[in-house]
Every structure is written in C-alpha cells, then in structure tokens.
Design a protein around this ligand. Structure first.
Ligand code: BES
Ligand code: ZN
Ligand code: ZN
Length: 503
C-alpha cells in the first residue's frame, strides 16, 4: 500500500529514491514545469543540451530517467513531458503522473514535483500516480512489484482544505478504478456471475465503513420474478446469472441517483457466435457493472450526500442446447415482450430488466454504463465513450463531470427513426431487439434501452471503446481494463449532491 502525503518543500532539496518533475515547452525552449523549478535551477544551462541529446522534446507521453549524481539530493530524476506551457491542462498533469508511476518500478519513496499549486492539480497528481501504479499479477507465478511505500506530493497548498479533500477523493477514486481494472482483467472462468456477485459481497465486508447494502438475486429468484432478459441471456451457460443491487442512502440526501451497469462476464455472442478474434477481449463485457459497483462504494466512502441505487445484471452469454435462439421472444421484467434477432446484442436485454427494476426504486435520475456496441467504437474510436439519453440537462451534467475528471465522452443522438424501428420492426413481439440494418447500431441500442426508463431522466454511456486497452499502456492507462467511467460517476454524484433536486 502506498501512502500519499502532501508537503511543502523544494524539489532539489528533498531526499527520496526518486524525484519526478514535469517539462514544458516554452517560447524560449524546454523548461522544468512549476513545482520543479528548483531542479531546473540546479541543472542550470546543462539541462537543455542533456534533454536534446536524449531526443526529449517535452511532449506528453515522453519520459526520461537521469541519475542526478549530486546535482539535486534525490539520486534519480524522472522528467515527464507536459507539452506546451500555454496549453497545460490538469489532464496532462494526471497523465504525466501516471507515466512517471509506470516508469518507477522499484522505489521505497518518491517525491513528485509536478504542477500542484491548487486542489485540482493535487488531485490530478495523486490520481494519476495511483492509477499509474496499477499492476495485475493475480495469475502470474511471480507477483509484479508493488508501488512505492510513500509518495510525497510537493505543493504549496498544504494548508488548503480543498487540497486535503482532493487528496482523499483522488485516492478513493483511483482505488475504485483499480478495482474495476482487476475485475475486468480476471479471466472469465474465474469471474462467473456467481463469483462476481460473491466478490462484491466480499468487498462490502472489507469496506467496513461504507454504508452500502448489497442484495444478490440468484437465478431461481430471477426466473420466479420474471427477469426474462437476464434469464434469457444467461440460460445458455453452465454458470447461472445474478442480479446485484447496491443501496446507499445517507441521511439528508435530496437526490436519488440510479446506476445500471452491463455485467456480461463473458460474451461469446451466443448462437449468433462472434468470430474468434472478436471474442478474445470479451471478458471485459462486465466493465459497466464493475464501474457502477465500484463508483457506488467510492461515493459512500467519500460520504457524498446523495442516495444511490446501483443495479448490475450479471450473465454469461454462451452457446449450448439451452441457449436463447434468434427468433425467441423474451418477456422482460415489467412485462414488455422482445423478439431476439441477434443473440450477440445481449447487453440491452439484461439492461432492460435492470432499468425497469431501477425505475421501481423511483430515482430522480438514471445513468447506465455498458460495453454495448462495436458500432460506438466505429463512431468514436477506442478512447471516447458515447453519451446518449432522453434528458439534455442530465446529459450536460454527465458531460461536464467527465470533462472535469479527464474522461472523454461525446454525445450521440437517438434519432426518431430508431425509436420507430425498435417499436415497429417485430411482427411477433412488442419490441425488436436488433436492427437488421447495419447502420447506427449504437443509436438503435440506446433507443431500445429508452423503452425501459418510463420517461425518467436517463443517460447512457457506451464504453465499448475505452473500457479495455488492448494496445500499449499510455499515461495512467495500463494494458487491459481501464476503469473508465468510475471517475465520471463519482464526479457526477458529487455535483448532484451540491445542487438541489430539480423541480
Ligand atoms: N459486447 C459487445 C460490444 C463490444 C464490442 C464491446 C467491442 C467491446 C468491444 C456487444 O454485446 C455486441 O456484441 N454488440 C454487437 C451488437 C450488434 C449485434 C447489434 C456488436 O457490436 O456487433
Ligand atoms: Zn454481444
Ligand atoms: Zn456484449
């Protein structure tokens, strides 16, 4: 476990195993960024030629490690690029901190002298560093080295209450995102719906202080209670489905937020089987469920005065003689019937049940998070989540929360013709689950979900792209599960806590 301490002090005088500073591009050339000026002064004119020899240009994503040989007190200096000084963002700082953390593989203590003059930057430094320290070696014979024992964040804001709060928020949010990463990275055979639900109960036990109640509904009860979507998707698997409900009800809460997350522990596509290569990362199809669960625990841990109900339908989408067939009709929780046309569009089926259940708890606002469609990845790429919904105010709140915490989301529409197709394309059931036309699949999926929210303010985040990084690590993002959406959900809850419920 790494402890984070905020301290005044100068970067050139502090003695740690490693000192980290940023480099910005200025009109006059490269310069050590605010917070690390003392290091710049200690190196003086020697620094620029040194960086130039190494081909370091100060761009985001660049990093160099220098033995300091007495120039400053810490023996090793890590310099990370922050890009142009005039365009410096907190997100650049967060990513640089993550990159620095990934670069230090084995230190007892690290001093971080990145720009941290105010609470927002303190949060970025700590969150970036804590996210960058993440490793996953549960299934390796030799565990990966843990992060440093202590990280000293150098800042002049040591007396600011906001900075102290930012320290806490950063650590809680990063730990929650790291939890999501580990759940996503766990092999699907080791995180079946039953095991995933048990892991949530176990986490609740560990977090003794969190006032969250956990309720798990098993397959027998799901069948008896009419959860046709969850049961239908899960019935092809030897590992039966679950529905996990988390409730956090602090005193004085004025707003009730419902969170719903897609929890497909493995998506083979079902009888509409995926091609082999598309299947390899499908253990990540529960990233939405993991995000809403971890975010709810984080919201409770931070004591935010907002009521939260989280619903995570968990099922494994497999192929067998008992699997749902294309052509089958499922009766969803609440009674609407759905004709299944493509068993690989399973997310919307489990989400429909969970959305209806969420509405039953009479929330003011509903947000769902789901690795829902490859179409969304086609539209927005691998690093941007799609944002859809039926309520401009809520969507704007989600978007600005995401902006503040450095997660990329972009709005997509739900055009009226998609609603018409959902309601009109099935000859035998109330709704068609799948658009047989190939275009606009992310929008059709959202239009389908909208049928189950009963007109309540609702926003939908399609995280199929950003939930899993199958490429090289970058910034504070490792290979594998990314933990996306946790920070946005906690920030949204925080912003809703401080505003009054809408009339
Ligand atoms: N889990 C997938 C979506 C996905 C794709 C997540 C790529 C992460 C990366 C989802 O269940 C799915 O298969 N969707 C289909 C929908 C289609 C059948 C309408 C898809 O994207 O092709
Ligand atoms: Zn699928
Ligand atoms: Zn899926």
């Amino acid at each position: 476990m790494t402890t984070y301490n905020l301290r005044k002090g100068s970067a050139e005088k502090i003695r740690c195993d490693v000192v980290v500073a940023g480099v910005v591009q200025t009109k006059k050339g490269l310069a050590v960024a605010p917070g690390g000026e003392g290091i710049g002064a200690a190196y003086g004119r020697r620094l620029r030629p040194l960086l130039s020899t190494m081909g370091f240009e100060g761009k985001p994503g660049e990093v160099v490690t220098l033995p300091t040989a007495g120039t400053v007190r810490s023996p090793l200096l890590i310099l990370v690029g922050l890009g142009e000084e005039s365009a410096l963002t907190t997100e650049a700082v967060r990513r640089a901190a993550g990159l620095a953390a990934r670069t230090v593989s084995n230190a007892a203590n690290v001093a971080v002298a990145l720009p941290a003059a105010d609470a927002d930057h303190v949060r970025a430094v700590v969150e970036g560093y804590a996210l960058g320290c993440y490793t996953f070696s549960d299934f390796k014979s030799t565990p990966a080295p843990e992060g440093p024992g202590e990280v000293i964040v150098l800042s002049d804001a040591t007396r600011s209450k906001e900075a102290a709060a930012a320290m806490e928020t950063a650590q809680v949010v990063a730990a929650a995102a790291n939890q999501v990463r580990s759940w996503v990275n766990t092999p699907p055979g080791d995180l079946t719906p039953e095991k995933f639900a048990a892991a949530v109960e176990e986490l609740k036990k560990q977090k003794k202080s969190a006032k969250v109640t956990v309720k798990v509904t098993d397959d027998t009860a799901l069948r008896a209670d009419g959860f046709g979507g969850i049961v239908g998707v899960g019935q092809g698997s030897a590992n039966p489905p679950r529905l996990v409900q988390l409730t956090y009800k602090p005193r004085g809460a004025k707003t009730h937020l419902a969170l719903v997350g897609k929890g497909i522990t493995y998506d083979s596509g079902g009888l509409t089987l995926k091609p082999g290569p598309s299947m390899t990362t499908m253990k990540s199809d529960m990233a939405g469920a993991a995000a809403v669960i971890a975010a709810t625990f984080a919201i409770a841990e931070l004591g935010l005065p907002i009521a939260v109900t989280a619903l995570a339908p968990m099922a494994e989408n497999m192929v067998s003689g008992t699997a749902t067939r294309p052509g089958d009709v499922l009766t969803m929780y609440g009674g609407k019937t759905v004709e299944v046309l493509n068993t690989d569009a399973e997310g919307r089926l489990v989400l429909a049940d969970a959305l209806v259940k969420a509405i039953e708890t009479e929330p003011d606002l509903v947000v769902d998070v789901a690795t829902l469609t490859g179409h969304c990845v086609v539209a927005l790429g691998e690093r941007v989540a799609g944002l859809m919904g039926n309520d401009d105010e809520l969507m704007a709140a989600v978007r600005s929360a995401a902006d503040r915490v450095g997660e990329a989301v972009w709005p997509l529409p739900i055009p009226e013709e998609m609603g018409e197709k959902v309601r009109g394309n099935s000859k035998v059931a109330d709704l068609a689950q799948h658009n047989t036309e190939r275009w606009g699949g992310a929008l059709f999926a959202a239009a389908f979900l909208r049928e189950f929210v009963d007109g309540r303010p609702w926003a939908h985040l399609d995280i199929a792209g950003p939930s899993f990084n199958d490429k090289a690590p970058h910034g504070h993002t490792p290979f594998g599960g990314t933990g996306v959406a946790v920070a946005t959900l906690v920030e949204l809850a925080s912003s809703l806590s401080s505003t009054k419920q809408r009339g």
